[in-house]
Every structure is written in C-alpha cells, then in structure tokens.
Design a protein around this ligand. Structure first.
Ligand SMILES: [Zn+2]
Length: 175
C-alpha cells in the first residue's frame, strides 16, 4: 500500500472523491437556484421573459447588471458578447427598442446547460426512455416557485404539448 506522512493513497483518493462529490452537489444546487430563485427585478422585466428558467441565473444577472450600467452612462464595450457569448447592452437595447424580449438564440448554449450531468454522451438504456424523473423534476420546480414562475412553467408545458403534437405527426409521416 502506498503511504506517506499524511495518510495512504486510498485515503487521499477517498478524500478527493468526497470533495468532488460535495462540489458537484454545490454546482447542482446553484443550477437549481437558477431554475427557482430569480431576482424579482429580472422576473418583472419583460425583456427577460424568454430567458427566465432557460439560462443560468449568473448569465441573467450579468446581462441585467450591464444593462443597468448602460442605462446610467450610455456606454457599451460589447465585451459581454465577445467574452461570454451573452447579449451586450447595446444589443439588449435594440431588443428593448423593438419591443421584443431577448431571444434564447442570443445566448450561447453554455449558459443553457442547467445540469452538471453529461448531456453529450447519451446512453441507450430504459431509464432514459422513462419520463417519470422529468415529470417529478417539473413538479419539484413548480411547487418551489412563486405564481409568476408557475405561470411561466405552465406556458412552457403548453409549448411542449404543442411541439409534441407536431412531432407525433412528423414521426407518423416518416414511418
Ligand atoms: Zn454592445
């Protein structure tokens, strides 16, 4: 067994594993906060309507805070777009002037990943084909949010329902 003054190798691996697991839980918790706890000023701003619950809270705050600064001094260096893949204040101002909410396509996909689980490698097993965990997750988020959040989630559910009806027709046409 490998060992040194601070303990054996297995103990180090176990400790590292525990630390990583704890970090993993913290990251997942922050993702859940992105889904359930949003700044009321952002919640009430129609510009952010399409982004709420679809991108990370961190990204929402960055866009919002930069916009507040822009409204004070009228300056935008466009760095949020170039360094973070997020709409900079002059871009957001364009949406605002056109009366459109910021579209999801203006957000780099990095900010739309609200889970730490690996979504690129999909394993073909039965559990993935079972909707129950998704439905449970929906209920958990739904029950944990306020009425405004519930309304947004209901809108999303209606969108999914509509999309699914369209998809069923496409699949039926295909076969
Ligand atoms: Zn800009």
């Amino acid at each position: 067994m490998m060992s040194n003054s601070s303990g054996d190798f297995c103990k180090c691996v176990d400790t590292a594993h525990e630390m990583l697991t704890a970090q993993h839980h913290e990251i997942d918790k922050s993702f859940q906060h992105s889904l359930t706890r949003l700044d009321q000023r952002i919640m009430k701003n129609p510009l952010f309507r399409r982004l709420q619950y679809n991108i990370s809270k961190e990204a929402l705050n960055m866009i919002f805070n930069r916009l507040e600064k822009f409204d004070d001094d009228g300056k935008c260096d466009c760095s949020l777009r170039t360094t973070h893949g997020l709409p900079c204040s002059c871009e957001v101002d364009g949406y605002r002037k056109s009366g459109e909410p910021i579209p999801l396509k203006a957000i780099h996909r990095h900010w739309k990943i609200l889970t730490s689980k690996n979504t690129s490698k999909r394993e073909e097993d039965d559990t993935e084909l079972c909707p129950t965990p998704l439905i449970d997750e929906f209920w958990r988020v739904f029950n944990g949010t306020n009425n405004e959040g519930k309304r947004i989630l209901m809108d999303k559910l209606r969108e999914v329902n509509f999309i699914n009806h369209s998809l069923v027709n496409i699949v039926l046409d295909f076969f």
